[in-house]
Ligand binder design. Structure first.
Ligand SMILES: Cc1cc2nc3c(=O)[nH]c(=O)nc-3n(C[C@H](O)[C@H](O)[C@H](O)COP(=O)(O)O)c2cc1C
Length: 557
């Protein structure tokens, strides 16, 4: 019996097993030519993130995007760092995310569902690579010690108030139930031994915030461990929305295919993945908040200064030779939005198709560019889906999570909803806005800038599916576009990057007679058609009267 080997769709190379730590993942990317190693000195405060940013702002096709490894990092004061910085190594492309999971892109959704349903509990070890170096006590307060030993980049030079931790896995524990949470929350450098941490307090916000509220009631500080750099399959549970009663470390184990090895922190009883690159241990004040920000946010605006959590660092532990990991965030598309899209879309489809049993639902597309994945969702429906099912789908997608689906638009299966122009085309010509649009009141404002009055919001649902057969899409049919593409390439004209829709196709409203005429037109025999239509001349009408509305005696059969 041959065991089928999982391959990566684009390269057709066998997929490696998911890496057990971050440096193994980096090696896998490097073997595949996906890492740009930058050995010249780069200023982490002014140059590093803007450089990695260009691959999104420069509109590179996904397959040309790279992870960056900066091996010669300096800061705004000219200080040199021993620790290299990796940016864009987790999810600059969906392929990279899939490599971290050890599954093809098409199986990412199933891998999540399986892991959520069959978690594997972690095992605790006594000795861990992430504790080869331990910095605590006075060493945390030395002028260039503590957090200043870490090459933390400035994400949005010109706007951010300080360098920020972005690729975090923040581990906290519910003081009542003991259930652990792992979330990706930003951390602002404040002092060699202090961080500002922002956990979303909105409805459906951060799991760590729910823990903090309980510590506040108990009048106790909240222990926290911030992991920087671990196996991607473990890290990806941070930005993923999982149930509050679910231990993300168990889900991470199931994604890895084996129990995650964890180690107890040095200064609190939280446990972290033993093979992490760097761990920052500490306590968060549960009574006093400290001003935090500004910071360039993924909703495309800079988050202004807010009171947020204040974390006292009690220890920094790391490997002897760690890599510092950062994420390209801020406005989308970005590494953080690629990460959300690949994880959220299959879960939304499974919710609509399998949990709600919505008929005809084919695909869920979450709009990425600028809008940041959550607010705008498109649903593709099969032709002939009953209107009632389309509306169940629209309502289901808008209510699954408080912060997702402010605008949900249903389109036909022929519309490639990753092309927003195609969605606008569909809305322009396939809706009767008197009946296909509804505004549903009472939505929480969600993730977004706070400027201006904004108490409650609403949901916009639009059915832009075709309600009846429609004329064909007006481009040459596929065979003619393909034939012309061969000629284009033979002529050595500039390389094309075809984007659907790039050929004409039928949408149901057509007549066999017109097929014959089109065939004749291709064969240069259009005069035969002209002779037939001459026979069909009629009076007593204004121009633009549809032939079908009066009957047609020009049929050729
Ligand atoms: C790069 C990145 C940065 C993020 N920063 C924050 C943040 O600062 N605060 C926050 O509450 N959520 C942030 N998120 C979103 C959360 O990680 C996400 O909502 C996740 O579900 C939180 O996990 P939780 O439900 O266990 O809290 C960020 C996500 C990414 C990918």
């Amino acid at each position: 019996m041959t065991i089928p080997v999982k391959t990566d769709a684009k390269s057709a190379k066998p997929l490696p097993k998911p890496a057990k730590d971050f440096q193994e993942h980096l090696a896998i990317l490097e073997q595949r030519g996906l890492v740009a190693r930058i050995d010249r000195a780069i200023d982490k405060d002014a140059e590093l993130h803007p450089l990695a940013r260009w691959q999104f702002q420069g509109a590179l096709p996904e397959e040309q995007r790279r992870a960056f490894l900066f091996t010669n990092v300096v800061d705004g004061e000219g200080r040199k760092y021993d620790i290299p910085v990796a940016v864009g190594a987790l999810a600059t492309t969906s392929e990279m995310y899939a490599l971290g999971m050890g599954v093809p892109v098409s199986e990412i959704g199933d891998a999540w569902l399986k892991a959520i349903n069959h978690p594997i509990a972690p095992v605790t070890v006594k000795k861990a690579a992430c504790q080869e170096v331990v910095i605590q006590g006075d060493a945390l307060r030395e002028p260039n010690g503590g957090l200043k030993l870490l090459p933390v980049p400035n994400s949005t030079p010109g706007f951010d108030a300080a360098p920020y931790l972005t690729a975090t896995l923040c581990v906290t524990k519910d003081p009542e139930t003991g259930v652990r949470n792992m979330g990706t929350y930003r951390g602002q450098l404040k002092a060699t031994d202090r961080l500002g941490v922002r956990m979303a307090s909105r409805l459906g916000g951060a799991g760590g915030y729910a823990h903090w509220l309980k510590y506040q009631k108990l009048k106790q500080p909240m222990p926290i461990a911030i992991v920087i750099g671990c196996a991607p399959a473990i890290f990806f549970t941070g930005p993923q929305k999982l149930g509050t009663d679910m231990d993300e470390m168990g889900v991470a184990g199931a994604l890895l295919g084996e129990a995650v090895k964890t180690v107890r922190c040095i200064t609190n009883d939280l446990e972290v993945p033993a093979d992490s690159e760097i761990v920052i241990e500490g306590v968060i004040d549960s009574q006093l908040l400290e001003p935090e920000g500004p910071f360039g946010e993924s909703h495309g605006h800079v988050a202004l200064e807010d009171y947020n959590m204040s974390m006292q660092v009690t220890a920094i532990t790391m490997k002897k030779k760690p890599v510092f990991v950062s994420i390209i965030s801020q406005v989308t598309p970005s590494e953080s939005s690629v990460m959300k899209v690949v994880a959220y879309e299959p879960l939304y489809l499974a919710h609509l198709r399998d949990h709600l049993g919505v008929k005809g639902i084919k695909r869920v597309v979450m709009h990425e560019a600028l809008s940041n994945v959550r607010p705008v969702i498109f649903l593709n429906f099969a032709p002939g889906t009953p209107k009632t099912e389309i509306w169940r789908g629209l309502q289901g997608a808008s209510t699954l999570q408080a912060q997702c689906g402010k605008i949900v638009i249903a389109v036909g299966e022929d519309v490639d909803a990753t092309n927003a122009d195609a969605v606008f085309w569909s809305m322009a010509y396939r809706t009767n806005l008197n009946e296909d649009l509804h505004v549903v009141p009472y939505r929480a404002p969600g993730h977004g800038p706070k400027s201006g009055p904004r108490t409650s919001d609403a949901t916009l649902l639009i059915d832009a599916t075709p309600k009846h057969p429609m004329p064909p899409f007006a481009l040459p049919a596929k065979e003619f576009m393909e034939r012309a593409k061969v000629i284009w390439d033979e002529l050595g004209l500039p390389a094309l990057n075809p984007r659907p829709p790039w050929y004409g196709y039928s949408l149901g409203d057509w007549d066999a007679n017109w097929d014959l005429w089109a065939k004749r037109a291709v064969e240069g025999k259009w005069e035969e058609t002209g002779r037939e239509t001459f026979q069909g001349r009629k009076g007593g009408m204004i121009p633009e009267t549809p032939v079908r509305s009066v009957g047609n005696n020009s049929k050729s059969d």
